[in-house]
Write a protein that binds this ligand. Structure first.
Ligand code: MTE
Ligand code: MO
Length: 214
């Protein structure tokens, strides 16, 4: 019985199996954090695009998007304002599924997620593939509420939640990293909650260059 033996210093996991990144607290609420008004997008007007460094851009209507293979996702999510929410239930389309429909140019290394309403956020392409990210349209069994990004939002649970663009309209593939909305305002270019990369001063390479300047 492996569970019978205890090691000094061994930290048992919470029985739920969920872990809280440093500096975060758990909440069961789902706070709304939006810079600006909530855009309302009629499903007949909605479209989602893959653009930038692709051989041929791809665009889906709401109906086309919903006929793509759908998956369930149960991530823990972590906001930079310090709340974390465990075991959320989403349904949506994996970014891997979307990428089966385009041929990326070899120099595509970064992505700018752009939303209806103008919000943007940047991520490395590697953080969107391999089952790590999805476009979610259903939350806890209900259509995603407009204030949480409905009809559909990007969800990248392993990064701070500002990377999860609500009302996502396109993913633009880029060769170089460019700063999005919060990143231009001083937030981390990457945003790893486990490394507490909240601000650009927490980014390892930038911190290193800042030290050189001292
Ligand atoms: N389009 C858009 N997406 C956005 C934001 C925003 O202001 N506009 N805020 C971000 C931030 S800072 C967070 S913490 C989460 C909040 O998502 P929620 O309002 O569903 O909790 O959305 C992110 N995505
Ligand atoms: Mo946030």
């Amino acid at each position: 019985m492996p569970g019978f033996f205890t090691n000094k210093g061994f930290q048992p996991k919470r029985s739920s199996g969920h872990k809280l990144p440093p500096g975060q607290y758990e909440t069961t609420d789902f706070p709304v954090l939006t810079a600006g008004p909530t855009p309302r997008i009629a499903l007949t007007q909605w479209a989602f695009e893959l653009t930038g460094l692709v051989e041929k851009p791809m665009k889906w209507s709401w109906q086309e998007f919903n006929s793509l293979p759908q998956q369930d996702f149960n991530p823990d999510i972590h906001c930079v304002t310090k709340w974390s929410k465990f075991d959320t239930h989403w349904r949506g389309v994996s970014i891997d599924t979307l990428l089966e429909h385009v041929q990326l140019k070899p120099e595509a290394k970064f992505v700018m997620a752009t939303s209806y309403g103008g919000y943007t956020t940047n991520l490395p392409l590697a953080d969107l593939v391999g089952g790590k990210a999805f476009i979610g349209h259903t939350f806890e069994g209900q259509p995603l509420a407009p204030e949480h990004g409905g009809p559909a939002r990007l969800v990248v649970p392993h990064l701070y939640f500002w990377k999860s663009a609500k009302w996502v309209q396109s993913l633009r593939f880029m060769s170089e990293d460019e700063a999005g909305f919060w990143e231009r305002a001083g937030y981390s270019m990457y945003g790893d909650p486990w490394k507490e990369q909240r601000y650009e001063t927490d980014d390892e390479d930038l911190a290193a260059s800042a030290n050189i300047r001292l």
